[in-house]
Design a protein around this ligand. Structure first.
Ligand code: AMP
Ligand code: MG
Length: 424
């Protein structure tokens, strides 16, 4: 797959904007997404294998499903419209397993039928096998039955030519089943964004190397590559670069030729040791530093370089994760031509108190707890933006509203699961 970017109008953003305004999380996401244009190019993929991809064209129903009127139960097809009551005796004249067909029946007759078998001509209801007594080649009804009982009507799920899936739908197993039930063998999907990840920072060491005093191991790059992989995107390991703007610029240029989105971690703030924006400009890119009313999360840099979008994440691992989930996923949705991810969260009461100042939306690691008063979340201590242990223990992140000036037990927070897929 080639990573092409649609030729669109250049961005209005100035090349460098030294973050004078603080953006809300949604404003920051909207700005980030403006730097990521939908990729052109589509792939044809087999229905059975492709989840996580985004449809490039709507899927239209070819046939009705079910394709014929059929039994929803193991039982007996009967003619109910003539009125059949408890105690009625009917003669069993045929036997139809799923996959075969039976002959027409008349009032007073019944056909032994199994789930998924076509309803014989003349029949209009199925009585469950548990609701009859079998007596030789007859059945005696133990329950009354009405027209339509236990029958799935042709086309009751899907009618031919109905639009089943819209372009932009992110495919999962349910969509695979819906298309497969139509006999559709392939999907036309959007190009899968390739995302390069570069770590920056003099203090970073890689696994297998000794850790001298003042050094730490690089955890962001493996984490981000895992997140990217998990989201069905193509990860590209862009390696590590020290805090040297010219070296970061070289690596950015090189990765921008291979990737649709280039992500760096570290040095995204406005201090003298923060070089992300400077490196972007040196590499002939353009962008801006976004100050976000978000905790954890120092400023992030968003922009473009060549035909790639650019995201500079803060170095602190939890900030890096949260900013990726918010800004990174918004940008990759944009590249895939999808609506930005909906950040809904489940409103749940906090079981813990948590001191904080109003002003910034805060994400804290939490565990789900079931108490006598119902489900709630327990905040796992003061996570801190560098602490990975509470994050690894957490069931999810709780989003605390910007205006909350200290969480009291019972205050509602928004729970975003971290297990079984990230949901913020
Ligand atoms: P920075 O955003 O460069 O100011 O870094 C903030 C903090 O995050 C510092 O303590 C860095 O050492 C740490 N940090 C930066 N990059 C990484 C990384 N790739 N893995 C783990 N920690 C990092
Ligand atoms: Mg640094």
């Amino acid at each position: 797959m080639t990573a092409l970017v649609a030729a669109e109008a250049p961005l209005a953003a100035p090349p460098v904007d030294r973050a004078s305004v603080t953006h809300s999380v949604s404003e920051a996401c909207a700005r980030a997404s403006a730097y990521a244009m939908p990729l052109i190019g589509a792939d044809i993929v087999l229905v059975a294998q492709r989840t996580g991809r985004t449809l490039s064209e709507p899927v239209v129903a070819l046939v009705a499903t079910p394709p014929f009127t059929q039994s929803a139960m193991d039982g007996y097809a009967v003619v109910a419209c003539d009125g059949i009551e408890v105690g009625t005796r009917l003669r069993v004249v045929g036997r139809v397993p799923a996959g075969s067909r039976g002959d027409e029946i008349a009032p007073g007759q019944a056909t032994r039928l199994f789930t998924g078998a076509p309803i014989p001509e003349g029949a209009d209801a199925v009585i469950m096998q548990e609701h009859v007594d079998r007596d030789g080649d007859s059945i005696i009804l133990r329950r009354a039955i009405r027209v339509g009982d236990n029958i799935r009507i042709k086309g009751e799920d899907v009618q031919p030519l109905e639009i089943l899936l819209q372009a932009g739908e992110r495919l999962d197993a349910r969509h695979v089943a819906l298309a497969a039930a139509q006999g559709i063998g392939t999907f036309k999907v959007r190009a899968r964004p390739q995302v390069a990840v570069i770590s920056t920072g003099d203090e970073l060491r890689q696994a297998g190397n000794a850790l001298e005093p003042s050094a730490i191991y690089d955890s962001n790059r493996p984490m981000l590559l895992a997140l990217i992989e998990q989201s069905g995107l193509v990860p590209i390991d862009g390696g590590w670069v020290p805090d040297r703007p010219e070296m970061i610029a070289d690596r950015l240029r090189c990765m921008a030729e291979r990737a649709d989105l280039v992500v760096t971690s570290g040095g995204a703030s406005l201090g003298e040791e923060d070089h992300a924006l400077e490196a972007l400009v040196r590499a002939d890119g353009s962008g801006e530093t976004l100050k976000i009313a978000l905790k954890p999360g120092k400023p992030a840099v968003v922009g473009r370089i060549g035909s790639a979008a650019y995201l500079g994440l803060p170095g602190n691992p939890v900030s890096s994760l949260v900013c990726w989930l918010l800004l990174g996923r918004t940008m990759t949705s944009s590249l895939e031509g999808r609506e930005p991810p909906r950040r809904l969260g489940f409103p749940l009461p906090s079981k813990s108190a948590f001191a904080r100042r109003a002003g910034r939306t805060e994400f804290v690691p939490v565990k789900l707890v079931e108490g006598h008063d119902g489900l709630g979340v327990e905040i796992l201590g003061r996570g801190g933006s560098a602490r990975l242990q509470p994050l690894a223990e957490a069931d999810g992140l709780a989003e605390i509203a910007a205006e909350n000036d200290g969480v009291r037990p019972g205050d509602v927070v928004l729970f975003h699961p971290l297990r079984g897929g990230f949901a913020i």
